[in-house]
Write a protein that binds this ligand. Structure first.
Ligand SMILES: *Cc1c(COP(=O)(O)O)cnc(C)c1O
Length: 367
């Protein structure tokens, strides 16, 4: 990680410090009040909780330091994604989406945006490199793709999209602002599910939109206030707490993923492995240029569905769940959702367990 981001992480950990007066709580209080003392309306920082609350403001301040951008918080990743799309698209516009990206984003586009007169075009992640963006209003990308772990060159796509007159929205969920910086590479908006690694404990849904164009961010903020897509106080508070340990958790998760991916690649029971950190992975060169680390997700293909399910059942240190980015390692056979992957393909999300204990368990479960 660069010196710049290290400084911002330290500032994030101390963001409340400067404003404290004697006797104030050091930890963030969770404010559940829906209304705010308003003897008159001018100059009040908070008015009514659909517009903003002190707890959202605190987590948005943390994320703004990490993103080096304005941030608006949402009640989920999809809350943030739908807000970014509603703020940038209108009838007659065309949006380009990854055909192999997060499934729910595509369903939202097909089921709701198309009905409002937006043309929805899906292209494969690997086809972004040669795609013609002429006539698009929004080029939406997600890199690495999930679960395939193919990469998109953000700077290249942003330059070509801008030349075609399109805006660029990047889903940065799998990387977080600590590992990948789409805004620095030219994206107009970042969207992310903080439900994953930033929260990190599988107990809160949250999302955010980040951007450096004040007018565009004002529109995103208006969408939140007018649609009522607002985070809960408890969730905002939990994400604030999670963000404080994000960097230490990610360091462990990425380091362990690198160790485990290299060993899985050598294991006779493993037919194929995708991890951008492996020197022979098709994503490796671009990952080295674009990402600060290679992440904590591994795509592993075993012989068939039976072998994959048996591995998950035998492993003691493997949660069988559909999310990722948490403290505990988890694994899922993605074909059960209809992803275009082999029947024996597992997405593994490496957690913070001591790596040798985790590997011993995985090796035993592979048999
Ligand atoms: C989980 C996820 C989302 C949606 O986040 P929610 O908080 O579940 O709404 C969006 N994009 C990606 C890449 C995700 O993994």
């Amino acid at each position: 990680m660069t010196e710049g981001i290290d400084r911002r992480i330290a500032e994030m950990l101390h963001h409340r410090n400067a404003g404290l007066t004697k006797g104030d709580p050091v930890a963030l209080p969770m404010v559940t009040s829906t209304s705010y003392h308003l003897p008159d309306v001018q100059g009040a920082p908070f008015i009514y909780a659909r517009n903003g609350t002190p707890t959202w403001a605190a987590v948005e301040a943390q994320l703004a330091l990490l993103e080096a951008a304005e941030v608006v918080g949402f009640p989920s990743g999809m809350g943030a994604i739908s807000a970014a799309l509603m703020a940038t698209l209108k009838a007659g516009d065309r949006v380009i989406l990854p055909a192999d990206g997060y499934y729910v984003t595509r369903v939202f586009a097909r089921e709701f945006l198309a009905g409002l007169g937006v043309q929805v075009t899906e292209i494969a992640t690997l086809d972004y490199a040669a795609a013609d963006f002429a006539g698009a209003a929004v080029v939406y990308l997600e890199t690495p793709s999930n679960p395939g772990l193919d990469l998109i060159d953000i700077a290249d796509v942003a330059a070509r999209a801008h030349a075609a007159g399109a805006r660029v929205i990047a889903d940065n969920t799998t990387m977080t602002p600590l590992l990948q910086r789409p805004l620095d590479l030219g994206a107009d908006l970042v969207v992310a599910a903080d439900t994953k690694a930033p929260g990190g404990h599988s107990d809160a849904l949250f999302g955010h939109v980040a951007g450096r164009d004040a007018a565009l961010m004002a529109r995103v903020r208006d969408w939140r206030r007018l649609s009522g897509s607002v985070p809960g106080a408890m969730e905002a508070w939990l994400i604030h707490r999670g963000l404080e340990t994000l960097e230490v958790r990610l360091s462990r998760m990425c380091a362990s993923a690198a160790v485990i991916a290299a060993r899985l690649a050598e294991h006779p029971a493993v037919q194929a492995i995708r991890f951008p950190g492996l020197a022979n992975d098709p994503s490796h060169e671009l990952a080295r240029r674009q990402m600060a680390d290679f992440g904590f997700l591994i795509g592993m293909t075993l012989k068939d569905a039976t072998a994959a399910e048996a591995f998950l059942a035998r492993a003691d240190f493997m949660v069988r769940a559909t999310s990722f980015g948490a403290t505990h390692t988890s694994g899922e056979r993605r074909a059960r959702w209809g992803d275009a992957v082999p029947e024996g393909f597992l997405r593994l999300s490496i957690g913070v367990e001591p790596v040798e204990a985790l590997w011993a368990d995985m090796a035993a479960a592979l048999g």
